[in-house]
Design a protein around this ligand. Sequence first.
Ligand code: GDP
Length: 525
Amino acid sequence: MKPESLAQEVAQRRTFAIISHPDAGKTTITEQMLLFGGVIRSAGTVKGKKSGNYATSDWMEIEKKRGISVTSSVMEFNYHDKHINILDTPGHEDFSEDTYRTLMAVDAAVMVIDSAKGIEAQTKKLFKVVKQRGIPIFTFMNKLDRDGREPLDLIGELEDLLQIEGCAMNWPMGSGKNLVGLYDLYHNQIELYHADQPQERFLPLDEQGHLPADHPLTHDSIYRQTLEEVGLIQAAGNPFDQAKIAQGEQTPVFFGSALTNFGVQTFLDEFIKMAPAPSAHQLVDGRQLAATDDQFSGFVFKIQANMNPKHRDRIAFVRIGSGEFEPGMDVTLQRTQKSLRLNNATEFMSDQRERVKKAVAGDIVGLYDTGNFQIGDTLYSGKTAIEYPALPQFTPELFMEVTAKNVMKQKSFHKGMQQLVQEGAVQLYRSYQTGDYILGAVGQLQFEVFKFRMQNEYNTEVIMKPIGSRIARWIDPEQLDPKMSSSRNLLVKDMADQPLFLFENQFAEHWFQEKYPQVKLTAKL
Ligand code: GDP
């Protein structure tokens, strides 16, 4: 590809993830976006559990049971002049470290909030990761067709709970049964909720932001209240600040109702204008590598095992950081310096897997993997070495003791354990006193995948005993006294032999701190 065409292609990319708490409406919004992109023709097709569309998929049994599919891990479509990649961040019982790692591969995030519930636990967790990356975050306050919380209250919560400024782009005119429309501050118009004709949907406002005096809505109390509220946020709200948005310090806030497809397109249209195209990456050697550099490079941010025993391959998800991917190209795997030919790659549409034709910086390609890749690996073409920074490790919250059921299988147990841990499937700890294996994960799914793969790939049945949800806190080895350990604050060591306590709950942690005030406990991210 010529440099100008590469630059043009890259400039069209918008790669983002939707972060939300389960049930806030992520799937519904995603479907609306796919409808706009012409990828699907009717709603209800993204989640297999709703439509059974993925019955023939040969992907992970566990995924199938849950009704999700690898094909929904990345959704790719064209909309207007943009090429959009939505990366899925599974939640609930499908929550895993991959959910967090996916956030390392996007250029922006969309935060969907249920306007009746406000900011919920999982949104908060995912937000923390996105915020650390300093990428733009766009907010969609959903379910306006239901009575929710006061819009001012919702915006205030962004600041109180997430420490991010909210800047309203539009403002709800009523809600629930009384929803009239959206007052669009950005375009100085009103978007009506129920317009008889599409051309009647938008009402232009005058310079003062008012409807013409003879418009019937001017007598409506909801309209008058909206003007009051809008006046208030214009006077006292956060002024729109592009630089702050770029750094994730301010979030543009849009309101709407995904289910009734109200405000979603308005949101998407603004989002693709405001969200960034892929930009340069800082490499380990300190160099800035431009996305438009013609040397191909990318990093593995997720590895998904195929649970079908007949196909033991995995898919390594690669975020392209620079250049263009071509099927059959030769690349170097930075960690091993081995040369690989990338013959078998797949790109993602919502309802099918396709061979990659063209992919550039910002896109995701899935590589069939027979065990070559680990999370965080860099791939690059050409002679100049490229190394992306390691992906962060996320502090596990759930723990399991694990042993091999059959003592004769110790060898394959250790091998499987070592490989799966190295690959990034789960984290491994050892009990400080006994050396017993303890697995740590951010989501239950990771344990299930581990168990399944130990059985299928390493022919080892494992016994897992839950230790439950724990708070991990590292301790300076100099301050450590093994007597400090008890069942409520288990002492373990991590892969780097660093000691840490697994506290049963916050109460146990406080109790410990009171007993040993001189001991410094630290939480990794
Ligand atoms: P997810 O778990 O975040 O993917 O949420 P879903 O998109 O599956 O939505 C959860 C539930 O909320 C479903 O029953 C949706 O139909 C419903 N829902 C989503 N958006 C809206 C909305 O704008 N208004 C209302 N009333 N319900 C919605």
